[in-house]
Design a protein around this ligand. Structure first.
Ligand SMILES: [Fe+2]
Length: 357
């Protein structure tokens, strides 16, 4: 028979007391504390660092995800730099007096010059000069006129100055912004920015068979072999609005195309490699001019894509070809090794440029 109450609590108390360290063992523990303390501190520090690393990685992933979905970056491009870029683009187009939003008026000049060439070539059949002039007249009225503008900028004596301003924007402003958001300092940067001219009646993207005026050139850059770690940055040199702008989905395949609206100097970030984007036929009567920069944080860069080539052009989306390596240092100084260029920025921020051997 089990007896309730009485000695049972006393037995329990004794057994609990027996579990407590004796006075002797307590003093032995106290003697070991000085040896255990550094280990405990080390463990605590390691746990703290691991926690901080995890928190930073989570913050960087959230930052990247926000950009990927499409985000207008406020204040990354200083207004004075945006103005300088606009002026240099006007010089490159040989139209310093013409606002970039009126770039389409250059068609008339181009057509007039082509007509003069046509008259100079005379009326003889099969003459090369006449055929070339006829082609120029036709191009002035076609969507291909954007290619003429692009060629004019590339051939301009002012193009080097435009490139330096682009480098200033990317190296001094865009990459430090990314470094602060991602916690890493090395990036693969598109060597030469892409120029976009979206003229009234046309679109900046090439139309595909069956495209409607409301959806022209729908694609994701991944279809052309671009790297999955790329982020696109579009700099507005004229306002983006309505059908002269860009339309981008927020998630791959979602189809919720959002209109990009921004003023001159605005930068729109989006992961064009996975998010589809398109143009519309520009019915605004206003030209849109913009520059695109693609950037890959080196933690996302893949060098194993050497064999892949863009479908229509001989570009390899690798360092030394399409991209150059840029390392952002303290005080936003940068060192790059690219295609024939080394660009350095000293501590006070004045650019020095020299040719690589
Ligand atoms: Fe694209």
């Amino acid at each position: 028979m089990v007896r309730r109450g009485g000695p049972a609590p006393l037995a329990a108390r004794d057994s609990v007391l027996s579990l407590l360290p004796s006075l002797a063992s307590r003093s032995a523990l106290a003697a070991r504390v000085p040896r255990l303390l550094p280990l405990a501190l080390l463990g605590g520090a390691a746990a703290f660092l691991a926690f901080r690393r995890m928190r930073r990685a989570a913050a960087a992933a959230a930052f990247w995800q926000t950009l990927s979905r499409g985000k207008l970056l406020e204040g990354v491009c200083p207004p004075a730099l945006a103005d300088a870029l606009v002026r240099e683009m006007q010089r490159c187009l040989d139209a310093a007096e013409l606002p970039l939003s009126q770039t389409h008026l250059l068609r008339r000049r181009h057509a007039r010059a082509a007509c003069a060439e046509l008259q100079a070539a005379g009326g003889g059949e099969g003459r090369g000069g006449r055929a070339a002039a006829l082609r120029k007249v036709a191009v002035a009225a076609s969507p291909n006129f954007k290619d003429v503008l692009r060629a004019r900028v590339l051939a301009s004596p002012h193009f080097g100055a435009l490139q330096l301003l682009c480098q200033r924007l990317v190296h001094h402003h865009l990459l430090p912004f990314l470094r602060d958001g991602l916690g890493e300092d090395s990036f693969a940067v598109q060597c030469q920015p892409s120029m976009r001219f979206n003229l009234p009646g046309c679109s900046a993207l090439g139309a595909r068979p069956g495209d409607s005026d409301e959806m022209i050139g729908l694609h994701a850059d991944g279809e052309y072999g671009h790297q999955p770690g790329e982020m696109n940055f579009t700099l507005a040199l004229t306002p983006f609005f309505g059908s002269n702008g860009l339309f981008v989905e927020t998630e791959p395949g979602r189809g919720d195309f959002r209109e990009v609206v921004m003023d001159t100097g605005g930068i729109f970030a989006f992961a064009g490699v996975s998010r589809r984007h398109h143009n519309k036929r520009n019915t605004t009567g206003v030209s849109r001019v913009s520059l695109d920069f693609r950037v890959i944080p080196m933690s996302k860069y893949q060098d194993s894509r050497d064999g892949e080539r863009k479908a229509s052009r001989e570009h390899r989306f690798t360092l030394g070809e399409y991209f150059e390596l840029v390392v952002v240092g303290r005080n936003n100084t940068t060192v790059t090794t690219g295609r024939g260029l080394i660009f350095r920025t000293d501590e006070v921020g004045s650019p020095q440029r020299k040719l690589q051997n």
